[in-house]
Design a protein around this ligand. Structure first.
Ligand code: NG6
Ligand code: CA
Length: 505
């Protein structure tokens, strides 16, 4: 009997290491690729109703994955939405608003972040593309080591557009340094006054500009485009807008290949389709909608490149792809690129009202698709979720531990993300230049109390800013046409109180 037991024991011992290795191979943590598009509206891709632009790659993700119909970025502008994803907290908790190109980092390196959390769980992490969360502690010295930045908040590698494509400095920052900077031609940036001798949009004699711009976008001209802000020097480091897709996609594909043997998190924040819209010549004329439509076609190509790379490296069945946008659509965002004139019936926000900057649904209801062949059950999901929930959901996916007090606004909706549930939020905040509060199909828009930036008046879409409360029932009125605040006084009051309670939580 004793002998027999010993044999069993020996066999177990021998078998154990093999079993562990085999199990490890099959339970390897999934890679996570987050494709975060800029200013892409709910109706801007085929799978959400677009007809004038073809998006076969994004449509492929939707057909084989989960297409959410009530998913939201946390705000109707970029910086707040990105802040919420990386921190799991709504941006108002940090007063985060659209940042100039020389602003300090607004994510506290001491706090737990999404990339930091994934790093703890064994992931190699990278951000490639638009950052727009500030760099350094004051105004960065672009000629020196630039920190804190993405590296200090949890990214092992970063190759970024510091703010937006329409803002100076028009250079990429790789880890802590401006890429390709010639030390003999130092960069200087100023957001208050003109510096250097380069022409600005206001000097333009009709010869230098590829596109005319409004007065806010009439700072220093780089690559035939006048920007917000002024800069001098750093010529060797200037980006070429038409090469964004090639340069950034190459970086992303390279990162995937270099990390194919261990779990990675790639936050791929393409600047498409933000202004100035300057797709590569390969995409010019891809649609009849001009630069905006062509930039969407280019964005679809980018998505296809990522998909192909994951397939080629046999990573596709072990990678969760999340595809989304940072705010709703805008046609005229300061440059004369004919986006409005050539719209020809296309509905960038689909059936929803408003778009970028707006408190209406078009501001934050965006495409949101999750894709993971073999694991995700394809379908359409009506759950109400917010991108702020990615923090807790990805922690659940990877077994990472959320620190006490971190990610206060983030909830775990992993089962919905994996297509196994239709469970979403019961309530949600949407941030614009005012605050909105969803409770199921009810939507309350608080009266605007802060004075919005003057340029907002030039945007033609409805902002949703009113001096009195608004209440809509999105089930019967998805286009937010009938303000019910004066009819359902009790409901309006209830939601106003609930919003205040969440804000003060
Ligand atoms: C606005 C800019 C706009 C764009 C936006 C940020 C003006 C008049 N407009 O302030 O062009 O840069 O900020 O876009 O300055 S976002 O997608 O990054 O939020
Ligand atoms: Ca944006």
């Amino acid at each position: 009997m004793k002998f027999k037991n010993n044999i069993v024991f020996a066999v177990c011992c021998l078998a154990l290491p093999v079993f562990t290795v085999a199990q490890k191979a099959t339970t390897r943590k999934p890679n996570i690729v987050f494709i975060y598009v800029d200013d892409l509206g709910y109706g801007d891709v085929g799978c959400y109703g677009a007809q004038q632009v073809k998006t076969p790659n994004v449509d492929r993700l939707a057909a084989g994955g989960v297409k959410f119909t009530d998913a939201h970025c946390s705000a109707s502008t970029c910086t707040p939405s990105r802040f919420a994803i990386l921190t799991g907290s709504y941006a108002f908790r940090n007063n985060a608003a659209i940042l100039p190109g020389d602003a300090p980092l607004i994510v506290n390196p001491e706090q737990q972040t999404l990339p930091g959390l994934l790093k703890q769980a064994g992931y190699t992490t990278a951000v490639i593309g638009k950052w727009h969360l500030g760099l350094g502690t004051g105004h960065p010295n672009w000629n020196d080591s630039i920190n804190p930045g993405p590296r200090e908040v949890g990214f092992d590698y970063s190759f970024i557009i510091p703010a937006t494509p329409d803002r100076v400095p028009t250079v990429f920052v790789e880890d802590h340094h401006v890429a390709r900077l010639d030390r003999h031609d130092p960069i200087e940036v100023n957001y208050d006054r003109r510096i250097g001798n380069d022409p600005t949009g206001l000097d333009d004699d009709g010869q230098q500009l590829k596109m005319k711009a409004d007065s806010q976008h009439s700072g220093t001209i780089v690559n035939g485009v006048s920007r917000i802000g002024y800069m001098k020097g750093g010529r060797n480091a200037y980006w070429k807008d038409e090469d964004f897709a090639n340069v950034l996609t190459n970086k992303a594909l390279h990162f995937i290949a270099a990390n194919k043997r261990k779990p990675f998190f790639l936050y791929f924040a393409t600047p498409n389709i933000h202004v100035p819209r300057m797709p590569n010549t390969r995409f010019v004329g891809a649609t009849k909608m001009g630069a905006r439509g062509d930039a969407i076609a280019e964005m679809d190509w980018i998505t296809g490149q990522v998909l192909q790379q994951l397939k080629k490296l046999h990573l596709i069945n072990n990678t969760l792809i999340i595809f989304s946008s940072d705010n709703g659509p805008v046609l005229d965002d300061g440059y004369a690129d004919k986006a409005e004139a050539l719209i020809s019936g296309h509905l960038p926000a689909g059936p929803y009202k408003g778009g970028k900057y707006s408190a209406y649904e078009g501001g934050t209801r965006i495409p949101f698709i999750t894709y993971w062949p073999g694991t995700i059950k394809p379908g359409v999901n009506k759950a109400m979720i917010s991108q702020v929930d990615l923090f807790s959901s990805l922690a659940a996916l990877t077994g990472a531990k959320i620190a006490v007090g971190a990610a206060p606004d983030s909830y775990n909706f992993l089962p919905s993300i994996l297509g196994k549930s239709q469970q979403g939020r019961k309530t949600m905040i949407e941030e614009a230049f005012t605050m909105c509060y969803r409770q199921g199909d009810w939507k309350y828009i608080a009266p605007a109390t802060k004075i919005p930036p003057a340029w907002l008046a030039n945007k033609r879409g409805p902002t949703g800013l009113q001096s009195t409360p608004q209440l809509y029932n999105l089930k019967t009125d998805p286009g937010e046409q009938h303000n019910l605040a004066q009819i359902f006084l009790q409901k309006t009051k209830e939601l106003a109180v609930a919003l205040t309670r969440t804000v003060n939580k």
